[in-house]
Every structure is written in C-alpha cells, then in structure tokens.
Design a protein around this ligand. Structure first.
Ligand SMILES: O=C(O)CCC(=O)C(=O)O
Ligand SMILES: [Fe+2]
Length: 305
C-alpha cells in the first residue's frame, strides 16, 4: 500500500487524498490526518473507489460523523435497504424517471431548508458522462472574511429564511414527491453568519435557496442577497471538480455551498451515491408571512403622517 498523501488541488480549497484503502477501516492515525485535512482543505477527493460497496461508503462516511437517515427526503430517492444513502442519478429508478436527476442545480448548502443542515457529505461517482457534469463548491469562510468589516457587522445578527421550494427544478419532479418534500420541509430560519463548531471560523450562509432576510423589505433583501450570493460564489472562492468514475468527494457543509452543473448530455448516465453526516439542529421554523414590500412601507408611513 502507498503512503497516505494529501495534495492540494486549489487555492480556495480542495485536496486529493491517496494511499488509503477505503475497503478497510481507517486506523486512528490516518483518520485523524484525514479529518485535519478535511478541516483545512474543506473539500477532499479520494480517487479509485469504483468498487466500494454501499456498506463500504457508509462505513467510510461514518469516520466523519453520524449519518443522516434522510427524514427530510422522499423515501424513493434512497437506496433500497440503506436509508443512509441518497441516490443522485439520472438513471431510471423503479421504472420511472429518477427524482434526483436534477439535484443540486442551484447554489446551496445541503439540507439548509431543514432544521438540521448537514455537517458534511461524501459523494461517490459510479457513472459519469464522457464530458461535463462537474460540481463546484464555494468557500463561505473566505466569502465572509473578505467582506468589509462594516458589511460583516451589518450581517452579523441577520437571519434568513430557507425554502425547499427554491430548489431549482423541484417542480419538474413528480407532484406527489414535491408535495412530500414540502410537507417534510416547511420554511426555516437560519443565521446568515455561522460559526464553525470545530474551527471557530465564521462563514456566510448564502445560496439560492434563501428566500429573504428577516426584517428587511423584499427589495432590500433581494438586493443584499444578490450581492452576497454573487460575492460568495465568485471564482476566487470556488473549487470545480471534474469527476472520474470512482472519485469520492467529501465536503464540509458547514462552511461551503455547491452546485451540480447540468452541462452534459442528459441521455448519458450520471450516477452517484451520497451519504450525509448529520449536522447540529440550528434552525427554527419560520413565522408565517412574507417580507413587507416597499409599497407597503410607503402606505404605512403615509398612514402615520
Ligand atoms: O450531483 C452532484 O454533483 C451534487 C448534487 C448535490 O447537490 C448533492 O448531492 O448534494
Ligand atoms: Fe447538494
């Protein structure tokens, strides 16, 4: 067996880990080195795992936390007999179009539309199109730290609503599944700035599944979110992964967002298995009622004068 080696892949984040046999349990020293590399490089790539079984993926993923059993997901999107594995695939499933064929098509942090955004995830590529089908991750710690101190102070105590209906392409899926996803995931509130429980560093919880910032008008919220999302996903903060069959990509979901690009021939199979590590319960259910519009504010002020 080669020696464990960790090679950076990008400046913003990303490192490749080789020299591990993931069909065997990791010894404690290797587990620690990989865990430290995960915190440091945020996205880790483990090549050459096409033969790993579902049980092997589950066992490997458990090195990084307790696994989510996907209560927030429709059961038909999970691997038969393994609630810990979500099948992200455009292959037909159970004789029907796959309900995860367009998963991850806008910038998001996994499960931010639930009370418990994932801690991290491991995605194993079993089939990929000849070209395209890349995934991009953005480093939200960098995004936070490169805002001006004044902007950091402005957003420090802000909270935002995350909404499963903003999952791009959701409504192209089976209406019964969409109803199920909405029933399982009413809108939730999360802080805009998160503190990483292990590194203590702040990050910006941005993404395209945020509907609005609490306490602002619709217009203020849209403008600020537009700026923050553009800033957070600017190329300087992004690692783009070009998949090879057998790659496992492990990401820290507490300080990143990601997007799965639809830049490939959809007639070609793209088939991945994902385990998510359970995050801390940080959110709360959103109170009813959308943000007031500027028009409503004008009317309210007029009524006072
Ligand atoms: O298919 C991908 O590349 C990623 C999809 C996604 O967002 C996820 O599995 O969390
Ligand atoms: Fe995702």
């Amino acid at each position: 067996m080669q020696e464990l080696s960790i090679t950076p892949l990008g400046h913003a984040m990303g490192a490749e880990v080789t020299g591990l046999d993931l069909t065997q349990p990791l010894d404690e020293a290797s587990r620690r080195r990989v865990h430290d590399a995960w915190l440091r490089h945020v996205v880790l790539v483990f090549p050459g795992n096409a033969q790993l079984t579902p049980e092997g993926l589950i066992a490997f993923s458990r090195n990084f936390g307790e696994l989510d059993t996907h209560e927030s997901q429709a059961p038909e999107t999970l691997l038969e007999g393994h609630r810990e594995i979500l099948v992200v695939s455009n292959r037909q499933r159970l004789g029907r179009p796959s309900q995860t064929r367009n998963t991850g098509r806008n910038w998001h942090t996994d499960l931010s539309y639930s009370l418990r955004p994932a801690k991290g995830a491991a995605l194993l590529c079993l089939e990929k199109p000849p070209v395209g089908g890349d995934t991009m991750w953005a480093n939200l710690t960098m995004a936070h730290d490169t805002l001006s101190p004044r902007m950091q102070a402005i957003i420090a105590d802000m909270e935002a609503v995350h909404d499963v209906t903003l999952v791009r392409g959701l409504f192209a899926r089976d209406p019964a599944l969409v109803a199920e996803m909405r029933r399982r995931n009413p809108p939730v509130v999360h802080p805009m700035v998160r503190v990483h429980p292990e590194t203590g560093r702040k990050s910006l919880l941005a993404g395209e599944r945020v509907s609005h910032i609490l306490g602002l008008t619709e217009e203020e919220s849209a403008a600020l979110l537009g700026f923050l999302n553009a800033h957070a996903t600017s190329p300087e903060f992004v690692y783009r992964h070009r998949w090879r069959v057998g790659d496992i990509v492990l990401w820290d979901n507490r300080c990143t967002c990601h997007v799965a690009l639809p830049d490939f021939d959809q007639a070609q199979p793209r088939h991945m298995l994902r385990c998510s590590m359970q995050g801390e319960a940080v959110g709360r259910l959103a109170d009813a009622g959308p943000a007031p519009s500027r028009e409503q504010m004008i009317q309210a002020v007029a009524a006072l004068s």
